[in-house]
Design a protein around this ligand. Sequence first.
Ligand code: NAI
Ligand code: PYR
Ligand code: MG
Length: 475
Amino acid sequence: MNDWSRNFSGKNIIIRLEMNSARITFGEVATAISSAGGDIVAIDIIGTTSTATVRDLTVNAGDTGDIAKITDALAKLSDVRVMHVSDRTFLLHLGGKIAITPKTPIQNRDDLSRVYTPDVARVCMAIYEDPSKAFTLTIKRNTVAVVSDGSAVLGLGNIGPRAAMPVMEGKAMLFKQFAEVDAFPICLETQDTEEIIRAVKQIATAFGGINLEDISSPRCFEIERRLREELDIPVFHDDQHGTAVVLYAGLINALKLAGKSIDEVKVVVCGIGAAGIACSNILLAAGVKELIGVDVEGILTADSHYDNPMKRWFAERTNPNRLRGGLADALEGADVFIGVSKGGVLTREHVQRMAQRPIVFAMANPTPEIHPEEIEDLVAVVATGRSDFPNQINNVLCFPGIFRGALDCRAIDINEEMKLAAAEAIASIISEKELNRHYIIPSVFNQNVVKTVRDRVVQAAIDSGTARRIPRDFR
Ligand SMILES: NC(=O)C1=CN([C@@H]2O[C@H](COP(=O)(O)OP(=O)(O)OC[C@H]3O[C@@H](n4cnc5c(N)ncnc54)[C@H](O)[C@@H]3O)[C@@H](O)[C@H]2O)C=CC1
Ligand SMILES: CC(=O)C(=O)O
Ligand SMILES: [Mg+2]
């Protein structure tokens, strides 16, 4: 199975084809599709002339989802031209996924004068006199910017800001659906650290928080550090902290199942980029003693030199036994594998080297480091970042609730206390009775997730002094 079809989750495709109706029958087309494993589930005639018919065929590509096989079979028919193949995923993206709608209709001149000039001027002056009123009189109170430069989009690499837009639009949808946060995608046409910092500072006026997304390491660390220092609203690089929060939540529960304790396990983190550094940090803070990092150059060790300052920083704090070698060496006797690198880097043989009842979190997107079915029989727990397998360790479990909490208490920052509170909140949603190897982490559709995370995050913000406002339900 090629990588593309593996990533294809909507098995229904729509094939638009033109047939020479005098020379080929529809039955021949249907036979070609069915012999390639497809099932026609709907037919729409789009247009006809005296010689040709254009049809949209909705085809179920079957469990293997081998679309290429179906289109190849059609291409072999001489009197048929495949004009276009779309799938449900692409159709969902037509015209983008979000829209802005006004909260109230403008029905007459009086409404017009209130929402716009002349009356709006009084509101402007109120904010001029007291800038904090921006939180009550503008969208700032409930709006987050999802900012990317397209340099590390999912595990696809540096595909640029334009190609990153669908991910950022998707995040904006999730913010709204799960936490009623209005979020807006902003993909910047620059990958220069200083220009990104300047641009984000210049647009921050409209927003109550900044979610940095898919900005590659090591620039992401400096960008986030500076923006946190220089802005008075939360700046949160989700690939670092959202991932770390959810990973820690999942690990709390997976360790219970494996019967292991966090200060005794040997953990291998593969991919020492944005997510890898943050996941390692939260694990070290949680008590992991033996943590080994592996990146493209192999095991990171304090004995080696790295141009990347974050790798140097990482190597000095990890790998206490100065282990050297590659991923296979790192995994010898390891209890936990955390993959935040690239699809397909872990093999069954690697997992066979791990300790008894290992835990494998293969979190690269869209293709995990290993597909769960390859190692199900070897492990205590396996999790991925995807929604189509059990145990989805994905930052979507964190960012809606953590920002909901931060916005509700008008936090100036999302600090370590708030992140730990979010992780514990997520882990706590699964009771001891419910916990099993296919259910270590709640589903994002579990309605308790956002509420529980939000409440614990607000409490942590109040306790740690970052809240500027006490929400009504906390008074
Ligand atoms: N499940 C989730 O919630 C999340 C998953 N991710 C996934 O984690 C991966 C990394 O994301 P970021 O940290 O944002 O990217 P990044 O670009 O900052 O870091 C990726 C790191 O992986 C390393 N790497 C690449 N190929 C490798 C290999 N064969 N062996 C070892 N290391 C390798 C790179 O050198 C780099 O240091 C992506 O696939 C992304 O989709 C990231 C954030 C959240
Ligand atoms: C989930 C996510 O943020 C990523 O894969 O980059
Ligand atoms: Mg991301």
